[in-house]
Design a binder for this molecule. Structure first.
Ligand SMILES: [Zn+2]
Length: 207
C-alpha cells in the first residue's frame, strides 16, 4: 500500500497539492484543497501561496467557524475559498473538497451557454452514482470579482442538482468533492477528463 494512504491529513493535503500543481490545477497560487479529519476539524492551505511548496506547518485548521481557526506555525492569510468549502462540507457532508483552476474547466464553461452536460463517455462511471449512457450534468454559476461572493450561487446550485459532485464557475474553475480525499481525487480526475472532452468535441464541431 502506498504510504499516502496512511499519512496524516496535513501531509496528504501537501502531497495532493504538489500533484495537482503538476496537472495545472492549482498554478499561479490559485485553487486549493480542504480536508476534513476524523475529529471533525478541517485543514486548509493559506491564500496566495505557491501551492506546490506547502508544508504541514503552513496549514490552517478550524472547527465549524472562523473563531475556532488555529493559525499555522508559519503564519499566512486564510484563503477566500473558506466560505465556499464550508458551504459544500455542510450541504453534502463531504470529507474533501478540491478547487481546481484547470484550463479545461474554464474552457468547458465557454462552450456551454447553460449548465455543462456530456454523455456516452466511459469516464462518467468514475463519478459516484453516474453511468455512461445517461447525461452527466454539472451546474455552472457566474463568476464574481471576489471568491466569497460566489457563496450564495454555489448554495443554490447545490440545492438545484442533488446528484452532482461538482459546480463549475464560468471562466474560473470548479469545486469538486467526495466522501474522503480518495473519492474527491477520483472525481476531480474524471471531471477534468470530461471537461476536456467537451472542449475537444466543440473543436471537432461535435459539441
Ligand atoms: Zn478560484
Amino acid at each position: 500500500m502506498h504510504e499516502l494512504y496512511t499519512a496524516p491529513l496535513p501531509e496528504v493535503l501537501c502531497e495532493l497539492m504538489r500533484r495537482f500543481y503538476a496537472l495545472g490545477w492549482v498554478s499561479g497560487t490559485g485553487g486549493g484543497i480542504s480536508l476534513k479529519d476524523p475529529e471533525g476539524g478541517y485543514w486548509l492551505a493559506p491564500s496566495g501561496v505557491h501551492k506546490e511548496l506547502l508544508s504541514p506547518d503552513d496549514l490552517f485548521r478550524f472547527e465549524d467557524d472562523l473563531e475556532s481557526c488555529t493559525e499555522p506555525k508559519n503564519g499566512g492569510k486564510l484563503t477566500e475559498c473558506f466560505p465556499l468549502f464550508q458551504t459544500i462540507f455542510r450541504a453534502r457532508g463531504a470529507g474533501a473538497v478540491i478547487h481546481s483552476h484547470s484550463i479545461w474547466t474554464a474552457l468547458a464553461t465557454r462552450v456551454c451557454p447553460g449548465d455543462f452536460e456530456i454523455v456516452d463517455f466511459e469516464m462518467q462511471k468514475g463519478i459516484s452514482g453516474h453511468g455512461v449512457f445517461s447525461p452527466l450534468r454539472v451546474p455552472i454559476i457566474e463568476n464574481t470579482e471576489r471568491e466569497p461572493e460566489l457563496t450564495g450561487a454555489l448554495g443554490e446550485a447545490l440545492a438545484r442538482d442533488e446528484r452532482t459532485y461538482a459546480v463549475l464557475v464560468r471562466g474560473h474553475g470548479v469545486y469538486i468533492w467526495g466522501d474522503d480525499w480518495k473519492q474527491a481525487k477520483r472525481h476531480a480526475e474524471c471531471y477534468d477528463y470530461l471537461f476536456r472532452a467537451k472542449v475537444e468535441l466543440a473543436r471537432l464541431g461535435q459539441a
